[in-house]
Ligand binder design. Structure first.
Ligand code: BES
Ligand code: MN
Ligand code: ZN
Length: 491
């Protein structure tokens, strides 16, 4: 990962970055940028040069805007003017991301931070730099170039060390979730995913991990996970990871959908819809990474994470449309469409959480429906809960973290569509509002925790078709940042 250091004295001045912002007297679109007063005086007349350059370079100062000034024969040899907009966390995050992308062929840059720099600005900048430097490749041909060292120059480095540490952990865990999600399904079967969790958890003290295999799942009645995983040569797993600090007053259970590949099963998906289905474990990756992050940051909240892992395949042992499945705890589902598999594994995990763990709050993240993107587009998760406070808290955390979510309705009128003649529930109603119906189905398994449960359908934002600010093309790690912010506020 890109190395970021806080320093009070410039050490190397090969490439110097000076922040600029919209000038105070700017009018309409006709804005000029002005240099932001920095904590440490910029070297060798660069401040004056930046002030003179800003209008000539037609800078507006908006976050993420960049101009490079070459200074042959002088030091620094390159001066970068970086727009930081209003100087808030989101602006600095965009600025950091833009810098990481435009300076990808530099090895080292020094950024002069503002005299009045806030922890939020440092966090935004650091996360933007780190998240946009993410690369995933499987080749022996070497990795794509990326900025490798950044020095942040400010008056009091010690005052910002914890902020940087939090940002580093947040980015590292987001990178872990992206790596897990980007990994091809030929590599990532349920056992592999569980092994990855085990090795990541082994690096951190005080985490407890239990992995159930097919025999234990059968003995305890996890019929949804077993049915969905039944068609694969790689058997299903249930990961249970527990961070339980002594000072915790609140117990949160996080559940993540972990379908390591979704063919649709016997109700097989058409070619275009199946193309990216290695990402169907992005929910599991996000909750695992957030829990590891909570442990790394030693957040004072108990977090138990459940990741039901299965590969939804087509074979002679696959479950069929019309099969009736008995979930953990005994509720039965009639499964008319084997492509509605995510909710079947989540149902087991929800019922187990409610009956055996009885937490204070219950959250699940799942790449659950294509309808998420139909309703909200490709960058926004659908959020469901009956609990207004919980909705407000999670939405606020997501907003602060820079991840988009939108609250959706749990329409009571639609519950009737979940009725089956032969089982307790019908798993795949097709009356429209697919994301809402999936949420209503999950709610049936929340028992006494019904009003302390929150569901995020993050099918759409789990993947990016191209680079978007701090999000790089491919798996986004959506949810890790929001969950870590929210967990830090619980207790
Ligand atoms: N994994 C898919 C949902 C999905 C679609 C995630 C596109 C990411 C991108 C899920 O298992 C699924 O197939 N859902 C069906 C449900 C339907 C059969 C009721 C869907 O959305 O079509
Ligand atoms: Mn499916
Ligand atoms: Zn799926």
């Amino acid at each position: 990962m890109l190395a970021i250091r806080l320093i009070a004295e410039p050490e190397r001045a090969d490439v110097l970055v000076l922040p600029v912002r919209p000038a105070e007297q700017a009018v309409g679109d006709n804005t000029d940028a002005e240099p932001v007063p920095t904590a440490v005086a910029p070297p060798d007349g660069t401040a004056e040069e930046a002030a003179a350059l800003a209008p000539v370079a037609r800078l507006s100062g908006r976050a993420g805007e960049i101009r490079t000034q070459l200074r042959p024969g002088r030091t620094p040899g390159r001066l970068l003017l970086l727009g930081v907009g209003d100087g808030g966390e989101a602006s600095w995050r965009s600025a950091g991301a833009a810098l990481a992308r435009s300076a990808a062929d530099e090895t080292h840059v020094t950024i002069m931070l503002p005299a009045d720099v806030t922890p939020a600005a440092v966090r935004g900048l650091t996360e933007g730099l780190l998240l946009a430097s993410y690369r995933f490749r499987m080749t022996d041909a070497g990795t794509a170039p990326a900025l490798s060292e950044v020095d942040l120059l400010l008056a009091d480095p010690a005052a910002h060390e914890t902020t940087i540490a939090t940002a580093r952990t947040t980015a590292a865990m987001t990178h872990l979730a992206r790596d897990l999600t980007n990994t091809p399904s030929s590599v990532k079967n349920p056992e592999w995913f569980a092994d990855q969790v085990a090795s990541a958890a082994a690096d951190l003290p005080d985490l407890r991990l239990r992995v159930r295999g097919p025999a234990e799942l059968a003995a305890e009645g996890f019929g949804g996970i077993l049915a969905v995983g039944g068609g694969s040569a790689s058997g299903p797993r249930l990961v249970e990871l527990d961070w339980h600090p002594a000072d915790a007053r609140t117990h949160v259970v996080l559940i993540g959908k972990g379908i390591t590949f979704d063919t649709g099963g016997i109700s097989i998906k058409p070619v275009p819809a199946m193309k990216l289905m290695r990402k169907d474990m992005a929910g599991a990756a996000a909750v695992v990474a957030a829990t590891l992050g909570a442990a790394a940051l030693r957040l004072p909240v108990r977090v138990t994470t459940l990741a039901p892992l299965a590969e939804n395949m087509v074979s002679g042992s696959a479950f069929r449309p019309g099969d009736v499945i008995r979930h953990y705890g005994g509720t039965t589902s009639e499964t008319t469409n084997s492509d509605a598999e995510g909710r079947l594994v989540l149902a087991d995990a929800l019922a187990y959480a409610v009956q055996q763990l009885a937490p204070d709050l219950l959250l699940d993240l799942a790449t659950l429906t294509g309808a998420n993107a139909v309703a909200l587009g490709k960058r926004t998760a659908a959020l469901y809960t009956e609990n207004d406070q919980l909705a407000a808290d999670v939405l606020a955390a997501a907003e602060a973290a820079g991840e988009a979510a939108w609250r959706m309705p749990l329409h009571t009128d639609y519950v009737e569509y979940l009725g089956s003649e032969i089982a307790d529930l019908y798993s795949a109603p097709t009356q429209g509002a697919g994301s809402v119906l999936a949420a209503l189905y999950l709610r049936e398994f929340t028992g006494e925790l019904r009003d302390r449960w929150l569901h995020l359908d993050m099918s759409a934002p789990s993947w990016a078709d191209g680079d978007q600010a701090e999000v790089s093309r491919g798996a986004t790690g959506w949810g890790v940042r929001s969950l870590l912010r929210w967990l830090a506020s619980v207790n």
